[in-house]
Design a protein around this ligand. Structure first.
Ligand code: F6P
Length: 341
């Protein structure tokens, strides 16, 4: 059995831990493991190499991915899917382990329908895969938001300022809600609940009236301000899966707050700091469990399935089931953020 492993989409801390988990479990079964470079691109370009124990030595705490990643969609061209299947056949790959978010796993589901043997592992700092309660990279991203809030509170207080922290998460508010809750943010804004700038300003003014002359706001990049239009994007370009590059809501909001309240306001865009660096213990353990569980799926010949975490237990489901619906933020968590501030 020759197992090919790839990582696709935006990187997430814990990818290397998952690769290591797959490799170690596969070797225990006597399988061979090959790495596929840069996600689906590696199968379009026949960029495959043997994975050795040396290659995975010491990678558990490392961010990024030793395999490289890209947002390549083989279905963008008519010959793409056939090229992927040809590489799989000519390189003697019996099964592909695809580690990715909804785009990468969506491609895996389509290739599975075309007869490719594939199993999936869900990763994304956005935590927006419907079939899994948590995905690799989310916990580390939340920790980055929490630590940023912890650092911004004292400087906000010292200068009596409003600090707006823009966080990633695409159309899901998980990173903002959980990070904001953990970091004690005074206002948390998520894409799932459109907000009014006036109401946000009122909440900050109410704090001032209670003697709290500073505020820390966490705003998700995908937020929809009711009175300012739609989501804010960095430019109009879209990636191979049709996504715009979100970003900019933080400074738009900071400008509005300063103009409407007169309070001095600053913005911090956390950006890729949420995705870089070493994974937390939770992401390392989750990724390790997912990697080993993916090999279990291979052993059981359950191709076209993905591993998942459901109610704190490892689970598996078909890729289609795992990608159907939306994994929007748990509103009870968001409502909890409203209690504070
Ligand atoms: O999907 C993960 C993610 O970090 C999103 O939260 C964010 O919108 C996007 O990727 C950023 O993409 P890029 O790395 O291409 O800038």
């Amino acid at each position: 059995m020759r197992v090919g492993v790839l990582t696709g989409g935006g990187d997430a801390p814990g990818l290397n831990a998952a690769i290591r988990g797959v490799a170690r479990a596969a070797w225990r079964e006597g399988y061979e493991v090959v790495g596929i470079r840069n996600g689906w691109q590696g199968l379009l370009r026949n960029d495959v190499f043997p994975l050795t124990p040396d290659a995975i030595s010491g990678i558990l705490p490392r961010g990024g991915t030793i395999l490289g990643t890209s947002r390549t969609n083989p279905f963008k061209t008519s010959e793409g899917p056939r090229q992927v299947l040809d590489t799989v056949r000519t390189r003697g790959i019996d099964v592909v382990v695809a580690i990715g978010g909804d785009d990468t796993l969506g491609v895996a589901a389509r290739l599975a329908k075309m007869g490719m043997r594939v199993v999936g592992i869900p990763k994304t700092m956005d935590n927006d895969i419907p079939g899994s309660d948590y995905t690799i990279g989310f916990d580390t991203a939340v920790t980055a938001v929490m630590e940023a809030c912890d650092k911004l509170h004292p400087t906000a207080e010292a200068h009596q300022r409003v600090m707006v922290v823009e966080v990633m998460g695409r159309d899901a508010g998980w990173v903002a809600a959980v990070g904001g809750l953990a970091g004690g943010a005074d206002v948390v804004l998520v894409p799932e609940v459109p907000f009014s700038v006036d109401e946000v300003c009122q909440r900050i003014k109410d704090r001032h009236e209670r003697g709290k002359l500073f505020s820390v706001l966490v705003v998700a990049e995908g937020c929809k301000p009711k009175d300012l239009g739609t989501q804010v994007a960095q430019d109009a370009a879209v990636d191979a899966f049709g996504h715009v590059r979100l970003g900019g809501i933080g400074s738009v909001l900071a400008g509005e707050i300063e103009a409407r309240t007169g309070y001095e306001t600053r913005v911090t865009v956390l950006g890729h700091l949420q995705r870089g660096g070493s994974p937390t213990w939770f992401d390392r353990v989750l990724a390790t469990r997912f990697g080993v569980a993916a090999v279990e799926l291979i052993k059981q010949q359950r191709f076209g399935h993905m591993v998942a975490l459901r109610e704190n237990k490892l689970a598996s489901l078909t890729l289609e089931e795992g990608l159907t619906g939306n994994h929007t933020v748990d509103l009870s968590l968001y409502n909890l953020t409203r209690l504070f501030g």
